[in-house]
Write a protein that binds this ligand. Structure first.
Ligand SMILES: Nc1nc2c(ncn2[C@@H]2O[C@H](COP(=O)(O)OP(=O)(O)OP(=O)(O)O)[C@@H](O)[C@H]2O)c(=O)[nH]1
Ligand SMILES: [Mg+2]
Length: 621
């Protein structure tokens, strides 16, 4: 578990941590000189019946609230320190607001410096404190009177902390690893080391992680917890991680270590945003705010439907960040005004990787099932990547299949597509094929390639969908041509007449038929009818397109190739003149016909002329 301090400057947080742990967490020379905490401090605390708890000591100075937020993020319990002589002060309230916004589950209040005041005063302050806690997660927390100087109440404080730790245990789930980095430094002989609180997941000492938002793979060289080498670290633990081959300058506070491919950094989030009731500022569309998530602290703008958020309001908003952030659905964040630098609100991430121009999320339940239904609706035929769902829905991977199972959807490769989107693309496909039939009644159907290009769906989805339609016998696909099952090319009366005259003309012309253009003139037929009729007849073999625009009767071609088969010795190469005699062609018709024969494997042309192919050679020609 992680315990984080909170409270106004000089109220005795660091002194109390030292009294509890024996460790002075103010390690910077400047902290010593000024007698205040500037950066986060860390110490292990051993509690009877609980074990070792990681303590994060934060600064109380109003200029360092952003550091306090980075320290408070990821803590399980708060130790709110209030000096009995001063009572509730501005950063007592601001830190409490931060703990509320981050949804810290509980904690203990230490009324410290109790040696400086008398009993009556203590009672008054305690009443005051209770009032200040009323709407916070510490509303029902124990208030313990202590003095770090005399040691009074320290035993009671330990017992209260242990009690709270038992009441709200850190539940470790099998989940994706994430650690927001709060410190990075280099150690001679070891290299770059980062520290942070593990938010979720477990890693071993030889893990390969990803550093975000730069998105680089990094190798773990060693793990430490509370100053000792350990084989693994997991959720709710403070960890120091030595990384191989990363320059320490790339590892600033705000970067995140993750494992697995579900994580992405993004510049646009959707979130439910709360503005504190006592916020002095409204947030309008152009208001710049500081956005704090994990240990990241970024400039951002909020876009809400009404344009403005007023104090005390909760709205769903789009958050547009100046730099990418790593977020997960359900993450809590804090919003601070740029100037004056005060905490004004916060919220919960609903969609960690929203599209650039995404609309704010409509009101409604925020269950993973509801989120998935919304993502599917918005994703249309593109759907959502299944691998990203643990992050986009904010659930451990093991819970994803059950959630998918409860939302009507269709798995296509790595994607999940909503059934509405699927139904729409299906209907489009059937409509397109039907329209194609109506427009081209003599064609056997629409080409699959054309159909895919006309569908409003990525290629893999379109392909899978056509295959599914074929399985359902809603369409028939044959050699790349798609048709409706009950469709057959049908000739109109006029087309039937053209067909009869075309066949007759080709019959008459024998081995030297005219081109379609010539036929269109001689038969006085519409070329737009003649062409499709010829292609239709070519499909069942009645005609053969020896040249693109010149058709022979199928029987004529069979007769001519028969002559070649009978007249050619397979062992001998023939020149064109010899073959012309065999076929009885004029030169103009000879070469195209021989090329046709090469094409269909009756003959093959090589250096010593054309040879007749034997049946077994044809298959490899
Ligand atoms: N008499 C008395 N003095 C205390 C007690 N606890 C802390 N102090 C003194 O209060 C002063 C501030 O203590 P710190 O522990 O530095 O206060 P802090 O809350 O950590 O301050 P920041 O980190 O700067 O916010 C120091 O001079 C301490 O010696 C206490 O229980 N009794
Ligand atoms: Mg301090």
């Amino acid at each position: 578990m992680i315990l984080g301090t909170a409270g106004h400057i000089d109220h005795g947080k660091t002194t109390l941590v030292r009294a509890l742990t024996g460790i002075d967490t103010d390690r910077l020379p400047e902290e010593k000189r000024r007698g205040i905490t500037i950066d986060l401090g860390f110490a292990p605390l051993t509690l009877d019946g609980v074990g070792t708890v990681g303590v994060v000591d934060v600064p109380g100075h109003e200029a360092f609230v952003r550091t306090m937020v980075a320290g408070a993020t990821g803590i399980d319990l708060a130790l709110l320190v209030i000096a009995a002589d001063e009572g509730v002060m501005p950063q007592t309230r601001e830190h409490l607001a931060v703990l509320s916004l981050l949804a810290v589950r509980g904690g203990v209040v230490a009324l410290t410096k109790s040696d400086l005041v008398d009993e009556d005063w203590l009672a008054l302050v305690e009443e005051d404190v209770r009032t200040a806690l009323a709407t916070s997660p510490l509303a029902r927390s124990p208030i313990v009177r202590v003095s770090a100087t005399t040691g009074a109440g320290l035993g009671e404080l330990r017992a209260a902390l242990a009690g709270e730790a038992h009441r709200t245990p850190h539940v470790v789930e099998d989940d994706l690893f994430r650690l927001p980095i709060d410190r990075a430094f280099s150690v001679r002989g070891t290299g770059s080391v980062v520290t942070g609180t593990v938010w979720s997941g477990t890693i071993e000492a030889d893990a390969t992680l990803r550093l975000l938002p730069v998105d680089e793979p990094v190798r773990v060289r060693g793990l430490q917890a509370h100053g000792r080498a350990v084989p693994r670290v997991g959720g709710g633990e403070r960890a120091a991680i030595a990384l191989q081959g990363v320059d320490v300058h790339r590892l600033a506070r705000g970067a995140v270590l993750v494992q697995g491919d579900a994580w992405r950094s993004s510049r646009v989030l959707r979130a439910d945003v709360t503005l504190l009731a006592d916020a002095t500022q409204r947030i309008g569309p152009r208001t710049r705010v500081r956005f704090h998530l994990g240990t990241a602290d970024l400039s951002a703008r909020l876009v809400v439907a009404g344009g403005e958020i007023g104090p005390g309001e909760v709205v769903s908003a789009r958050i547009v960040l100046d730099e990418p952030v790593v977020a997960r659905a359900g993450d809590r964040f804090v919003l601070r005004a740029a100037s004056p630098a005060v905490t004004i609100g916060g919220g919960v991430v609903i969609d960690p990787v929203a599209p650039a121009r995404a609309r704010a999320w409509p009101a409604g339940p925020r269950t993973p099932e509801a989120l998935l239904a919304f993502l599917l609706r918005e994703g249309g035929a593109n759907g959502v990547e299944v691998a990203e769902l643990p992050v986009r829905l904010g659930v451990p991977p093991a819970r994803v299949p059950a959630i998918i199972g409860s939302v009507p959807s269709w798995r296509v490769g790595s994607r999940l597509v909503g059934i509405d989107a699927r139904a729409k693309v299906e209907a489009d496909a059937l409509r397109l094929v039907a329209a194609h039939h109506a427009e081209h009644p003599l064609e056997s159907g629409a080409s699959q390639q054309w159909l895919r290009s006309r569908l409003d769906a990525p290629d893999d989805v379109a392909t899978a969908l056509l295959a599914a339609l074929e399985d359902d016998e809603a369409i028939v696909a044959d050699q790349g041509i798609v048709r409706l099952p009950d469709f057959a090319p049908r000739l109109s009366g006029a087309e039937e007449k053209v067909r009869v005259r075309l066949l007759a003309a080709l019959q008459d012309s024998g081995t030297e038929p005219p081109t379609l253009d010539e036929l269109a003139t001689s038969l006085a037929a519409d070329p737009n009818v003649l062409g499709p009729v010829a292609r239709l007849l070519a499909r069942d073999g009645s005609l053969v397109a020896v040249e693109p625009n010149r058709y022979y009767l199928g029987v004529t071609v069979a007769e001519l190739t028969g002559r070649l088969r009978a007249g050619m010795d397979p062992a001998i190469g023939y020149g064109p003149a010899e073959l012309r005699d065999l076929l009885g062609f004029s030169r103009k018709f000879l070469i195209p016909f021989l090329e046709y024969c090469d094409r269909v494997g009756v003959t093959r042309r090589d250096l010593d002329g054309r040879r007749r192919l034997l049946p077994h050679e044809r298959s490899i020609s």
